[in-house]
Design a protein around this ligand. Structure first.
Ligand code: ZN
Length: 152
């Protein structure tokens, strides 16, 4: 990846970190997923309004580092309008992206900005945290999820 592209990606992450999208609780939410990354202290709750299998609205609340917040911001935008299996498929792509830096995976769109994270293994959990939380939410699992279950 070129330095220029790296810089552009960093700007997108900073922008979403400073002014996160969908950063609020959600009236009428019928699914909730919690994510906690003890290594960094990132702690978020993801709220979904689901209509059958389709995510109609998504939001999040909580606190954490810039990468985790930007990731949750972009994640909530990315899952809107997708069904459960599409959210799962997107999780797999983003997981692959942050682990390997393969930003060419089809359909990741803006999420490609996290491709550089794979160079910083300690930040991979920050970037994938909100994705674990949204996966728990669409699966309808109870209880918080922790990145401690993540096998790196
Ligand atoms: Zn973090």
């Amino acid at each position: 990846m070129s330095d220029e592209l790296d810089e552009l990606y960093q700007q997108v992450i900073l922008d979403h970190c400073k002014a996160p999208r969908n950063f609020h609780t959600l009236d009428g939410a019928n699914r909730k997923g919690e994510g906690y990354n003890p290594l960094c202290g990132d702690n978020y709750t993801v709220f979904l309004k689901m209509d059958g299998d389709i995510v109609r609205e998504a939001s999040f609340q909580g606190s954490g580092c810039c990468i985790s917040k930007a990731s949750a911001s972009l994640m909530t935008d990315a899952v809107k309008g997708r069904n459960k299996s599409e959210v799962k498929a997107l999780f797999e792509k983003v997981h692959d992206l942050v682990m390997t830096g393969n930003g060419d995976a089809e359909g990741v769109g803006k999420l490609a900005v996290f491709a550089g994270v794979h160079k910083f293994p300690a930040r991979v959990k920050c970037a994938i945290l909100s994705w674990h939380a949204v996966l728990a939410a669409v699966e309808g699992k109870d209880g918080p999820v922790s990145t401690e279950n993540e096998k790196n």
